[in-house]
Design a protein around this ligand. Sequence first.
Ligand code: ADP
Ligand code: NA
Length: 328
Amino acid sequence: GAAPRVFSGIQPTGIPHLGNYLGALQSWVKLQDEFSSVLYSIVDLHSITVPQDPRSLRESILDMTACLLACGIDPEKSVLFQQSQVPEHAELGWVLGCLTSMPRIRHLPQWKIKSQTQKSEGSVGLFTYPVLQTADILLYKSTHVPVGDDQLQHLELTQDTARIFNHRYGQFFPIPKTLTTTSKKIHSLRDPSAKMSKSDPQKLATVRLTDSPDEISLKFRKAVTDFTSEVTYDPEGRPGVSNLVAIHSAVTGLTPEDVVEQSRGLETAQYKLVVAEAVIEKLTPIRGEIQRLRADEGFLRVVLNQGAVRAREVAAPVYDAVCRLVGF
Ligand code: ADP
Ligand code: NA
């Protein structure tokens, strides 16, 4: 079999939130010790599938670099890099796009959702984004890809595309496996039916890794729950309070049942403060690290430049081999 290699990416579209941290970044940090080859990419090419202001995009790339390092991504253990600094992503994306049928990507849910939320009809880039994602993964002959549930269909496309390539040109790409996180999806604090998201415009809905303790307290105090004052865990029936339990459980490492047991006798209003405190305790050191790292742009750029060099050491030979197979 192929040498194990992990690849994942995150868009530089704002400061990561508690859902990103608990659902993805925390497991990214663990994977560094479980796999000998790990690559994490700040996928700026993906972020411009919808309009971005150039100045804020440049800031967001550095923000994301500082955040990933502060969460524990260690450039000694993993290759941390900016996607656009490795031109082979776009080049392989072209080749793979020529192996992908239109109907195969038209039905992916992200296109349907995102193209509807855009003012315009949606760009060609937004449409072919899953093809670029496929290239991101295959460019490193990755074998394991940590993804959230929302990305499972994109990973199936990656697997299919690898098979199509191998069938046409000979066995070349390993078929990557998904690594799904065991942690629960974190929901919006204002609308427990929606996931917490970077792009949510609602005030107080999203806890960011750079929020101050006061901001965190306020957001939890204002969290939408229901008219039952007891703390129970019932995601279907009581999504608001169950989201708080899920957050509490994820930041403390306790099971939801243990968290509920511990909180017996508390009213939800008091429980919100308990959860806020647990989140503050978890995020305070990370926030301090983000501030420290973000103040040193020179260092952040060195990390990204070195990451790009190391990523290209893997990517360039793979893409060269693809070119030979294709007939370039
Ligand atoms: P967003 O939707 O906030 O822009 P991304 O799509 O950039 O987040 O997701 C980055 C990673 O964070 C993905 O692995 C995704 O599955 C995970 N993630 C995003 N939102 C949540 C959430 N609310 N709860 C748990 N994990 C999440
Ligand atoms: Na996204």
